[in-house]
Design a protein around this ligand. Structure first.
Ligand SMILES: O=c1[nH]cnc2c1ncn2[C@@H]1O[C@H](COP(=O)(O)OP(=O)(O)O)[C@@H](O)[C@H]1O
Length: 347
């Protein structure tokens, strides 16, 4: 069942995408990023610096933090920090902590060589992350573009954001493990992208957004050494994004194996509450959902108000899905005479 999977426009997973392979492998040169970012949102709420080349990140971070706070206090309506705080106060607790970056993850066993780099948020500057020789490193990238396309002729799609359905049924960004003894972070990411997307990319250090310890709940981080995930964003032209999607199903060696298909993240919301809300209720690998949420805000691809609404809807969708799954399980157990579901049977 190659390439027949898709994420439909309501954000639900389904079948019926028409894939029309046309192009062969493509190479994309590096692009200098000139994204409109929101430093208040990104730095102060995550308590970290986004571009990790500052040799002394902590003092800079502290000064940036207090500057942004001062701005937000002086001009509360203009400061995105206060806007986010106001919005997040009405969010469900899980997502509130997610957006504020105050969630206390358990990172590492304290024995690895970079335990001194531990931060409550799990965030590291690039320099700190690279200093952790005992850690494993993985790099992933969000490829995106602007678009004028209208869904059903009326709903602006605004931006195309690419993710992928992985072999394990989880959503994630393209990328993978990097071997720092043989390659740089960016070279390793380029190698992974060639395998997964069938396109030769040159990802630059300027494309780096952040680095952090993978949550302890990640399968790959349950064993030592700990995993550090590095996240990148790359803005492209719409035609380039379309070429990536085509190459991903025609020339990429991983297609149908490690990668089951590329998906576009629906950023719109339909009247029935579909779109972004449905998409966010799916299962993501590691901290990919967090990376997506944060990047959507940081790059102003979705307004905080819209995101808050989508997240609240997403929780309701998840609750409904849990009920459906429980009912389905009960039916399957009834038909197959399986013992009834209990924690002892789930392993
Ligand atoms: O999109 C993502 N965001 C954050 N972490 C991810 C993402 N995709 C995978 N990971 C984490 O990074 C690890 C390595 O990534 P991946 O499975 O893509 O590597 P591979 O393609 O080299 O096997 C995964 O086991 C997972 O914990």
């Amino acid at each position: 069942m190659k390439s027949s999977f898709c994420c439909n426009c309501s954000g639900s997973l389904g079948f019926g995408c028409l894939v029309q392979p046309r192009l062969g492998s493509t190479a994309f040169p590096p692009t200098k990023r000139k994204e409109q970012t929101d430093p208040d949102l990104f730095s102060t709420n995550r308590g970290q610096l986004s571009r990790g080349r500052n040799p002394e990140p902590r003092p800079a971070e502290a000064s940036h933090h207090s500057q942004a706070l001062a701005t937000a206090r002086a001009r509360p309506e203009a400061g995105s920090l206060s806007r986010i705080r106001r919005l997040s106060s009405s969010l469900p607790a899980t997502f509130r902590t997610c957006l504020s970056g105050r969630r206390k993850h358990t990172y590492g066993d304290g024995n690895h060589s970079c335990s001194s780099l531990y931060m409550a948020s799990g965030q590291l500057s690039r320099a700190e992350a690279l200093a952790c020789s005992g850690c494993r490193h993985a790099c992933h990238v969000m490829l995106y573009c602007d678009t004028n396309t209208l869904l059903f002729g009326s709903i602006p799609i605004r931006h195309i954001v690419l993710m992928q359905m992985r072999f394990d049924g989880l959503l994630g960004f393209p990328g993978g493990f990097v071997n720092l003894s043989e390659e740089s972070l960016e070279a390793g990411l380029g190698r992974e992208l060639l395998e997964e997307l069938g396109v030769a990319f040159q990802i630059l250090e300027e494309d780096h957004v952040d680095s952090c310890f993978a949550p302890a709940s990640s399968p790959a981080s349950s064993t030592s050494p700990r995993l550090i995930t590095h996240f990148y964003t790359k803005k492209m032209e719409e035609g380039q994004i379309r070429a990536v999607e085509t190459a991903a199903v025609t020339t990429a060696t991983d297609h149908g194996q490690e990668v089951l298909g590329m998906v576009r993240v629906p950023l719109h919301s339909t009247k029935g509450g579909g779109g972004l809300a449905s998409f966010l209720s799916h299962s993501f690998v590691g901290n990919a959902r967090f990376q997506l949420l944060h990047t959507l805000l940081r790059l102003h691809l979705v307004a905080p108000e819209e995101l808050r609404e989508a997240l609240a809807r997403s929780l309701k969708i998840q609750a409904r899905a849990s009920e459906e799954l429980r009912a389905a399980l009960a039916r399957v157990e009834g038909k197959t005479n399986l013992p009834h579901h209990s924690p002892a049977h789930t392993g």
